[in-house]
Structure formats: structure tokens, C-alpha cells
Design a protein around this ligand. Structure first.
Ligand code: C2E
Ligand code: MG
Ligand code: MG
Ligand code: MG
Length: 284
């Protein structure tokens, strides 16, 4: 009896896993054509200076509108695209489109593009960035690439060499999701980062939780000591923003200042008619 139960259980799991694997394979296949079929589009989220409220740039975030499933989260499809290698083609499209958009914005508005480990380790990444900058005419210092620590661990020597070359082009490099990866501190010392982005999990309730506040204060101190500006991600409330202002955090990004949206939504900034520079004000 135990034997048959065991087998039944095994079959049940096999079946469940089979469906998941098949689902993944379908998505993997569909991802290869998603750009060409016009199912992908970009949204932009403003990044602001905490002290003045001024918009300093936008992070570009990829969206996939699947013909049957509707919106698929990047948290779901990016890992699949990374595993299959489709991220190379998709990432190139994102980079080119984002730089093309940003080239028409008033100086010095910057664009931040997420770049995955697979792209960093691909042989022609530096050449691609260089080419896209030339083709779009975007000044290199108005492009920032965002990298998570997991992008560095696979082959740190190679990642370092690539990042140094990217930096030599004049492009800025931000460490994304700071605090959630492994050995954040040694990575900050070893890699040529220009900015630290604190993960939303540390911003949530920073104004009410003493432990969270202590961690954020210490990251801000770290940034100050290293001469790196710090951006707080996922700012949703006035109280969180006030805390960050009191602690001299440089920049912020989050639903409070603006949700990710098609770039047309931000035409007051991208068409150069930001009212009274230096005047504090929210985007949304
Ligand atoms: P990320 O780079 O850390 O992006 C920030 C995420 O936080 C975005 O989720 C954004 O919509 C969300 N967010 C921003 N403000 C708030 C807030 O106030 N509250 C909350 N709860 N969330 C906020 P999204 O767009 O779903 O992207 C998730 C992740 O997918 C990104 O994390 C990034 O790692 C990846 N991703 C997105 N687009 C691309 C891309 O073009 N290339 C690559 N390689 N990865 C991408
Ligand atoms: Mg990012
Ligand atoms: Mg992040
Ligand atoms: Mg992330």
C-alpha cells in the first residue's frame, strides 16, 4: 500500500512539474519572437533629487504584453530570457530604444538601463554600447547601466574588465538592489560603481522601523565615505521621503514621485519645460 501511495505521489509531482516545464518552454519560445511581434514596450520611471524634487533622469523598465496572457511581469520573463539567451536580443533592443528616446531629452536628463549578467558576459557588450551611443548621439554620461550583484559573481574577473571598459566610454554604472545580494561591501570596493541604489525592502517603513532606519543610515554613510551618490528605490510615502531628506539621501525613485509609465506621460520633463528648476514638487 505504501508502495502504491508513493508511486502516486511521485506521479503527481511529475505531472505538476511537467506542466511547469512545458509552460516555461512555451514562454521561452514566445520570448524569442516577442520583440519582432511588437509585444514588448518600455515604460519609464522618474528619478528625482531628494533635496530639490527635481527630475534628474528615468529608469527604463521592460513590459511584455502577451497576446493571450496579458501583462507578464519582468520578474517572471527576464529569468527565462536570461536562461535561454533571448535576453541578448531583447536587451539590445531595450538599450537602443532607450538611448534613442533619451537623446531627444534636454541635457542633462539621464536614462538608466537594466543590464543582466548574460549581457555583461557576452563577448561584444562593450562594442554594442559604444555603437548604440554613436548611432543615437546620446552623450555617454547621460547613460547609466544598472547591475545587480548576481551579475558579478559568475565571472568577476571578466565582469570587472567589461565594466571598466564601459566606464572608459564615459557611461555610468549603478549597483542595483543594494543590500540584497552577497558580499555587497567587497563588491563596492572592487567594481567601478558610480551610484548605489538601495533596495525597496529597506525603504519600506524606514520612517517607523528603527532597525531599517539604522541600516539605511549606514548605507548613506557608506556612500558618503566612498564618494558615491545613493538613490533610494521604492519610495511610496511622504514620511519615507522626509526621512531620506533628513538623512541627506541624494536621490529617490518610487510610486510617490511617479509610477513607471510610457514616456509621453512625462513630456513636461522630456520636452524641456520643467517648471522653475530647483522648485520642489512631485511628478505624479
Ligand atoms: P529593478 O531594476 O530593481 O526595478 C525596480 C522595480 O521596482 C520595478 O519593477 C519598478 O516598477 C518597481 N517599483 C518602482 N517604484 C516602486 C514603488 O514605489 N513600490 C514598489 N512596490 N515597486 C516599485 P518591474 O518593472 O516589475 O521590474 C522588476 C525587475 O525586472 C527590475 O528590478 C529589473 O531587475 C528587471 N527588469 C525590468 N526591465 C528590465 C530590462 O529591460 N532588462 C533587464 N535585464 N531587467 C529588467
Ligand atoms: Mg533597476
Ligand atoms: Mg532595484
Ligand atoms: Mg530588482
Amino acid at each position: 500500500r505504501a508502495k502504491s501511495e508513493g508511486r502516486g505521489t511521485y506521479r503527481f509531482f511529475e505531472h505538476k512539474m511537467g506542466v511547469q516545464v512545458r509552460d516555461r518552454r512555451i514562454l521561452e519560445h514566445e520570448l524569442r519572437h516577442a520583440v519582432a511581434r511588437g509585444e514588448m514596450h518600455l515604460v519609464y520611471q522618474p528619478q528625482t533629487q531628494v533635496e530639490t524634487g527635481e527630475v534628474i533622469g528615468f529608469e527604463v523598465l521592460l513590459r511584455w504584453h502577451h497576446p493571450e496572457r496579458g501583462a507578464v511581469s519582468p520578474a517572471v520573463f527576464i529569468p527565462i530570457a536570461e536562461e535561454s539567451g533571448a535576453i541578448l536580443q531583447i536587451g539590445e533592443w531595450v538599450l537602443r530604444q532607450a538611448c534613442r528616446d533619451a537623446a531627444s531629452w534636454p541635457n542633462p536628463l539621464a536614462v538608466a538601463v537594466n543590464v543582466s549578467a548574460v549581457q555583461i558576459h557576452a563577448p561584444h557588450f562593450v562594442q554594442l554600447v559604444h555603437e548604440v551611443l554613436l548611432q543615437t548621439g546620446l552623450k555617454p554620461d547621460r547613460l547609466e547601466i544598472e547591475i545587480t550583484e548576481t551579475a558579478l559573481i559568475r565571472d568577476p574577473v571578466r565582469a570587472l574588465s567589461t565594466l571598466r571598459q564601459v566606464k572608459a566610454l564615459g557611461v555610468h554604472i549603478a549597483m542595483d538592489d543594494f543590500g540584497t545580494g552577497y558580499s555587497s561591501l567587497s563588491n563596492l570596493r572592487s567594481f567601478p560603481f558610480d551610484k548605489i541604489k538601495i533596495d525597496p525592502s529597506f525603504i519600506r517603513a524606514v520612517d517607523t522601523n528603527e532597525q531599517t532606519a539604522a541600516i539605511v543610515r549606514s548605507v548613506l554613510g557608506l556612500g558618503r565615505g566612498l564618494g558615491l551618490p545613493v538613490l533610494a528605490e521604492g519610495v511610496e510615502t511622504d514620511a519615507e521621503l522626509r526621512f531620506l531628506a533628513a538623512e541627506n539621501c541624494d536621490a529617490a525613485q518610487g510610486y510617490l514621485m511617479g509610477r513607471p509609465a510610457p514616456i509621453e506621460r512625462f513630456s513636461q520633463f522630456t520636452h524641456g519645460i520643467q517648471d522653475e528648476p530647483g522648485k520642489p514638487g512631485l511628478v505624479a
